[in-house]
Design a protein around this ligand. Structure first.
Ligand code: ADP
Ligand code: MG
Length: 635
């Protein structure tokens, strides 16, 4: 081979930025560079293993699938070498320098936002290969792709703005050109010399990479456990081991909320280690790019993020599933359609249900945390999975008019303390707990001492629209004007407002609001509130109206019925004004405002800010009236 001058190429801009931060401002947690290099080696081994099993032609198929780590304290170098899939020239250039990397962008963003040093972030993100520059003056990557006609190349960089790429004789020092795989030689900075000992490296490998399923040789000696933890007898797998495995699998620094191990032969053979994380990993801290469970068949990783092993609403579950029941060259379609998988899915789903029920019944505090983070998924399940609904409903939790300090109630608890003759489970949808708690719709329910569930999640409307009943008790919206509450009716006196005055006020409301309302009528359902808006019987469900508004889909304010409370002083005074001083400008403003207050309370106001000028006019009138009354004796 003729000598070729290395070609120099520029890093992508955000990678230059990342390298600068890594090389100059991170001095703690630096050891995780080993985790990243080993994880890349393991990924590369998984991928070549998969190629071999699916009968593609692969260079040096006989070589052991393993990772070799060598250290030279005098030269201050660490070499991490794998017999994995390798990289072509183009792949080296792209993967290690020019391709956009979502993790990098997210990391840079968080560094800017973070108060403290970026060091804590790096553990969570895993910025991958580039983390080597936290400890290295120079990184040298030699690689040969598994493709039979590929030739080896060397990539070298000392951070900065660029890297070089050149063809080489052999991809691995001391070996022939035929060997496939990648070696990464890290030349340690002077201040990182501490990493250049076997002892230190062994510690680091055991801490972060113990469960990598390929052998890791350190100076020729195999050091890692390598075991598929999920294949061990559950009795042997301590909680500590489970958590340790979770940490290495997800990079989540918090303990999982629950761990589940499965080891069964009937009705289907499956090993699994599943976890419920303790928080929803959203935003920039999300380590995984997508949800899914690692799926192994016969110990071979065949899907990194298998989505079909659990119902979609259990997608918060993390972990590993291993079964002998699938062929190795399985495709996503096979996973979906095979009978064996159907049974595996059932077993896993049952296990997660069982765990959630256990938490809900035996560990209410943990379950409350779970609900806070993942409750929305259970709601999704109740809404979308008709077959699973009966099992999911007991997992629902609600705020209610009787739960103290944000406590939660289950449907069983609600039903358990229902009044004997209570015909329904009452609920009220709204924007937030505060506005729901002060809704006029609660007046009569409160007076009757009836408990009401408060539903303030955006998905609640959809959910309630799909729920028929619980244990034979129908759900009833507190804002349903047909809700009959006899005991309250009996308790209230006749309207002290003369019918004809009330009629004049109703007419005036119709004049002012016109088409915006369907009807004006009086009601006995209110006590402390002057009025409310309710839906006509033929309107689309109130639940769905809120959903439409949320989706902002060609939103039109629905025409509602305005119900007046003839016992309320504000209504009585307005009626008096309509009869005695019909020209008073306050009348129309007040009617408009009462109507819009109603929209706001219902969570269907299209533009609340537009109310400000009217409120100001009303305040001016009130203040003016008070001032002009100054000096006079109150009558
Ligand atoms: P990630 O592993 O999250 O994709 P990295 O920065 O760790 O990100 O690696 C970038 C890419 O470089 C990998 O996706 C892979 O394509 C390639 N790569 C890194 N190390 C190796 C290796 N040892 N063998 C083969 N490809 C590798
Ligand atoms: Mg990586």
């Amino acid at each position: 081979m003729t000598e070729t001058q290395p070609e120099s190429l520029e890093f992508r801009a955000e990678i230059r930025q990342l390298l600068h931060i890594l090389a100059h401002s991170l001095y703690t947690h630096r050891e995780i560079f080993m985790r990243e290099l080993i994880s890349n080696a393991s990924d590369a081994l998984h991928r070549v293993q998969f190629e071999m099993l699916t009968n593609r032609e692969v260079t040096s198929p006989e070589s052991e699938l393993a990772i070799h780590v060598e250290v030279d304290p005098d030269a201050r170098t660490i070499t991490v070498r794998d017999s994995g899939i390798g990289m072509t020239r183009e792949e080296l250039v792209e993967n290690l320098g020019t391709i956009a990397h979502s993790g990098v962008a997210a990391f840079l963003e968080s560094v800017q936002d973070a108060q403290g040093p970026a060091a804590d972030l790096i553990g969570r993100f895993g910025v991958g290969f580039y983390s080597a520059f936290m400890v290295a003056d120079e990184v040298r990557v030699r690689s040969r792709s598994y493709r039979p006609d590929a030739t080896p190349y060397e990539w070298v960089s000392s951070a900065g703005n660029s890297f070089t790429i050149a063809p080489v004789e052999a991809n691995l020092p001391g070996e022939g050109a035929a060997q496939r795989g990648t070696s990464v030689v890290v030349k340690l900075k002077e201040d990182a010399a501490e990493f250049a000992t076997q002892w230190k490296l062994e510690q680091i490998i055991l801490k972060h990479s113990n469960y990598v399923p390929f052998a890791i040789y350190l100076g020729g000696r195999e050091v890692n456990l390598k075991t598929a933890l999920w294949r061990q007898m559950p009795a042997e797998v301590t909680e500590e081991k489970q958590h340790e495995f979770y940490r290495q699998l997800t990079l989540d620094t918090e303990k999982p909320l629950a761990s589940m191990q499965l080891n069964t032969d009937a009705p289907v053979q499956v090993y699994a280690l599943l976890y419920i994380p303790s928080r929803r990993d959203t935003g920039p801290f999300r380590v995984k790019t997508d949800y899914g469970i690692r799926l192994y068949t016969k110990k071979v990783l065949i899907q990194e993020q298998a989505k079909d092993l659990l119902p979609p609403y259990f997608r918060f579950v993390e972990g590993v599933v291993d079964t002998e029941e699938l062929p190795l060259n399985v495709s996503r379609e096979t996973v979906q359609s095979s009978r064996a998988m159907e049974r595996v899915r059932k077993v896993l789903e049952n296990r997660v249900f069982k765990e959630l029920s256990r938490l809900a019944n035996e560990a209410p505090e943990s379950y409350a945390r779970f609900w806070e983070e993942f409750g929305v998924y259970i709601k999704e399940g109740v809404t979308t999975d008709l077959a699973g609904r009966d099992r999911l409903m007991p997992l629902l939790r609600f705020h209610s008019s009787r739960s103290e300090n944000g406590g939660l109630v289950s449907l069983a608890e609600y039903v358990g303390r229902m009044k004997e003759d209570q015909p329904a489970i009452y609920y009220l949808l709204g924007e937030d707990l505060t506005s729901v708690a002060s809704s006029p719709h609660l007046d009569s329910l409160r007076a009757n001492n009836l408990e009401v569930l408060y539903l303030v999640d955006p998905v609640d409307g959809l959910m309630m629209a799909s729920l028929p009943d619980y244990g034979g008790k129908p759900f009833k919206g507190a804002d349903d004007p047909n809700t009959q509450l006899p005991s309250f009716d009996e308790a209230t006196s006749e309207s002290p407002l003369p019918i004809k005055d009330l009629d004049r006020l109703k007419e005036r409301c119709v004049d002012v609001l016109g088409d915006r309302i369907a009807q004006v009528r009086d009601t006995r359902a209110l006590r402390n509130s002057p009025c409310r808006l309710v839906s006509p019987d033929d309107a689309p469900s109130r639940e769905m109206q809120r959903v439409y508004r949320m989706l902002n889909r060609d939103y039109e304010v629905p025409r509602k019925i305005l119900e007046l409370n003839p016992r309320h002083p504000l209504i009585q005074n307005l009626a008096w004004l309509v009869v005695n001083r019909p020209q008073e400008p306050l009348i129309n403003l007040a009617i408009e405002q009462l109507y819009e207050n109603g929209l706001l309370i219902e969570g269907i106001h299209p533009n609340a800010a537009a109310m400000a000028p009217r409120i100001q006019s009303l305040l001016e009138m009130a203040a003016g009236t008070l001032r002009s009354g100054e000096g006079k004796e109150p009558d």
